[in-house]
Ligand binder design. Structure first.
Ligand code: PMP
Length: 468
């Protein structure tokens, strides 16, 4: 006899609860695996094992006509849960903003502090930009405008892309965003759905690992090593690709290592992504801060599958203006613009007018880059003097030296360095567990960088002696 609705509902409820019990049983097993891994010293994430489980799940799903997408999402959720369960290190609560806050506090109390922790150039916007934005505000360019951005600014970006890369795009490929950070959020929000995976190459800027869960997705990390010059192995990247991988973030010049990939490796990564139907999000906010040129996603055929992230923060020192842009396929751009429209209506027009003036200043990015590269030379020289190991940056505004394990906890060591020597840095633990490294920012005056590194040398020596 047919079951009535009440019975059917009760049965469906029972099965939903059953699902939780199955999950609980799996968690127990995961705990046991974690124990084994600990004794063997094996990493928590095992892409090959995950892949096999996912395959088996999909095979079973196919028998029952369950859509692949549904299973992919469930697989991603249980894998992230398992990794979280197995990662014994407690979630890092302190960030480098805490270091920043403490550094400011110390300065307020009259302490001299070398501020090498902030990822912000100290240069400020060129005077022409300041006047242009201020005048635009006074002239009343302060009303709602197109959420995609000012037509003149987008047109100018189109022109410069053609000039620099010989690549034709249209204004429909460009959306103006409130900074590069928001641009990355827009990329994540439009490309990733619940349960999808975002590939990130470590060491990496912390936002990448934060933005994926923020949109319900998961970030999967491919480690690179100092010993390999921070070059990712194509095989390793491929091994981390699953049927849930929707995007990969590339960030060259890199924060924190200063690495720029050689063209061959960069192109291989782009090809690999394209072959797997994965979107490349290329965060090129440091593109102007280079020693000998830079490899851009725009040097390739942009195609439908690439997203460029750009910002006025670094090239023009416009951090507090909050303005950047995305170049991508027009459908994706339209989606991003509709989010901007929904959430903030538009980036203020007087800010966009300031940015338009900035684009007209062809020498400003070169001048800023020259300052950064000069500081880089000084930092490199000082680091060599204290005998630290580091990859000599190709660009960007950071150096990422290995200082070794000076304490149990990298963040605590960074705080100790701040308290004892008055030097603020970002610990390597923030960039994907590189506890032996610290990030030194070149966003501070030359004297500060030199003095900071000398004091760091003293700190390392004293810690070394204390440990015998
Ligand atoms: N990407 C990277 C790699 C960064 O380091 C930063 C700033 N620290 C940004 C994007 C975003 O900068 P903004 O939001 O100021 O444009």
């Amino acid at each position: 006899m047919e079951m009535d609705l009440t019975t059917l509902r009760a049965e469906s409820r029972r099965l939903a609860v059953e699902l939780v019990k199955v999950l609980a049983a799996r968690r127990e097993i995961v705990n046991k695996i974690a124990e084994h891994k600990k004794t063997l010293g094996v990493e928590a994430v095992a892409p090959d094992v995950e892949k096999e489980v996912r395959r088996a799940m999909l095979e079973e799903a196919a028998k029952h006509g369950i859509p692949e997408e549904t299973i992919n999402r469930i697989a991603t959720i249980i894998f992230s849960d398992a990794v979280e369960q197995q990662t014994s290190t407690p979630k890092q609560k302190l960030t480098h903003f805490d270091i920043l806050r403490r550094a400011v506090e110390l300065q307020k109390n009259g302490r001299e502090v070398q501020r090498l922790e902030v990822g912000e150039p100290d240069l400020g916007a060129p005077p022409e930009v300041r006047h242009s934005a201020a005048n635009a505000l006074l002239e009343g360019y302060a009303r709602y405008i197109d959420s995609r951005g000012l037509a003149e600014l987008r047109a100018q970006i189109v022109n410069q892309v053609y000039e620099k890369h010989g690549f034709e795009i249209t204004p429909e490929n460009v959306v103006i965003t409130p900074g590069g950070r928001f641009a990355i959020y827009l990329a994540a929000k439009t490309l990733l759905r619940e349960g999808d995976e975002l590939l990130v190459i470590d060491p990496s800027w912390p936002m990448y690992r934060q933005v994926a869960p923020f949109v319900g997705a998961r970030s999967v990390h491919v480690k690179t090593l100092f010993e390999d010059g921070w070059t990712p192995s194509i095989d390793a990247v491929e091994r981390h690709i699953s049927s849930s991988t929707k995007a990969i973030i590339l960030n060259y010049p890199n924060n924190p290592t200063g690495k720029i990939l050689d063209r061959t490796t960069f192109n291989k990564l782009v090809e690999l992504a394209t072959d797997h139907g994965i979107t490349v999000i290329s965060d090129e906010v440091y593109a102007d801060y280079v020693r000998d040129g830079h490899v851009s996603i725009l040097d390739n055929d942009l195609g439908k599958q690439h997203v460029l992230i750009q910002s006025f923060s670094k090239s023009y020192g416009m951090t507090g203006y909050r303005i950047g842009y995305v170049i991508a396929d027009k459908n994706l751009v339209a989606k991003m613009a509709s989010i901007i429209g929904l959430v903030i209506t538009c980036v203020p027009e007087f800010i966009q007018r300031g940015a338009l003036t900035a684009l007209g200043l062809r020498d400003a990015p070169k001048e800023y880059a020259a300052i950064m590269m000069r500081r880089m030379e000084k930092a490199v020289h000082e680091l060599e003097k204290i005998g630290a190991e580091f990859y000599r940056p190709d660009g960007g505004m950071y150096v990422f030296p290995r200082i070794g394990k000076l304490g149990e906890d990298a963040m605590a060591t960074a705080f100790e360095l701040l308290e004892s020597k008055g030097v603020a840095v970002a610990p390597g633990s923030l960039f994907g567990g590189y506890d032996d490294f610290i990030r030194i920012s070149l966003g501070a005056p030359d004297e500060s960088i030199v003095k900071g590194i000398r004091l760091l040398g003293e700190f390392i020596a004293e810690k070394g002696r204390a440990r015998g």
